[in-house]
Ligand binder design. Structure first.
Ligand SMILES: [Zn+2]
Length: 212
């Protein structure tokens, strides 16, 4: 065992955002920057373009992490192994080519799952604590309250930066301030596993909290 393993008693949370890069992403980054905190962005491969590349560069400059959320955001449980590998490999490769970053995590679109996916995707699967922020009728206040009531040490929080998701932009400052009041430190997905001394590479495991 590595005796220098970084284990601390800090309360850690990892904010994660799906479905970018989009025009909502800079609004999220402005808020993260104001509070000087990091997050993890699960990108849809076919949204990576010349126009969105600067958003990705800004994410990395701010110390944020970039991860894989498929290429077409389709229901991957309906796909063959070959199609699944194409979704993942195209996105991983495009992120690498665009900003030189190696992704370390995957989140399944719609959290739709199959045996084929587990067999063909060689990245840890992240789900995260949802706050209904993909539902148009969930208010900013409701989103904030779900996160603040259900968060625990080691939680990955599932949020979305898709186009038009203004309620999450509105909820985010309150989520951050509430988590700070509860004593949380904000880290990336990679950092939350590393600092807690947990290996995320567990077969057929869906992670919402690094402890369970
Ligand atoms: Zn998604």
């Amino acid at each position: 065992m590595n005796t220098e393993k970084q284990e601390t008693n800090r309360k850690l949370v990892a904010l994660t955002f799906d479905d970018g890069p989009s025009e909502t992403t800079p609004k999220i980054l402005d808020i993260l920057e104001k509070y000087n905190i990091k997050a993890t962005f699960f990108l849809i491969g076919n949204l990576i373009t010349k126009e969105t590349k600067p958003i990705m560069e800004r994410e990395l400059r701010m110390g944020c992490e970039i991860a894989n959320h498929s290429f077409t955001h389709s229901d991957m449980a309906a796909m063959t192994g070959e199609q699944i590998r194409e979704e993942i490999d195209k996105t991983t490769k495009l992120i690498k080519e665009t900003v030189g970053y190696d992704v370390k995590f995957f989140r399944p679109p719609y959290i739709s799952l199959s045996d084929e996916m587990y067999e063909n995707i060689d990245l840890p699967f992240i789900v995260g604590l949802g706050c209904r922020d993909w539902e148009p009728d969930a208010t900013a206040k409701e989103r904030k309250e779900i996160v603040l009531n259900e968060v625990k040490d080691g939680t990955l929080v599932l949020l979305h930066d898709f186009i038009g998701n203004d309620n999450t932009v509105e909820a985010l400052p309150g989520i951050i301030e509430g988590l700070k009041e509860q004593g949380y430190t904000f880290v990336t997905a990679s950092e939350i596993f590393l600092e807690k001394g947990i290996d995320p590479n567990v077969k057929r495991k869906l992670w919402t909290n690094v402890f369970g």
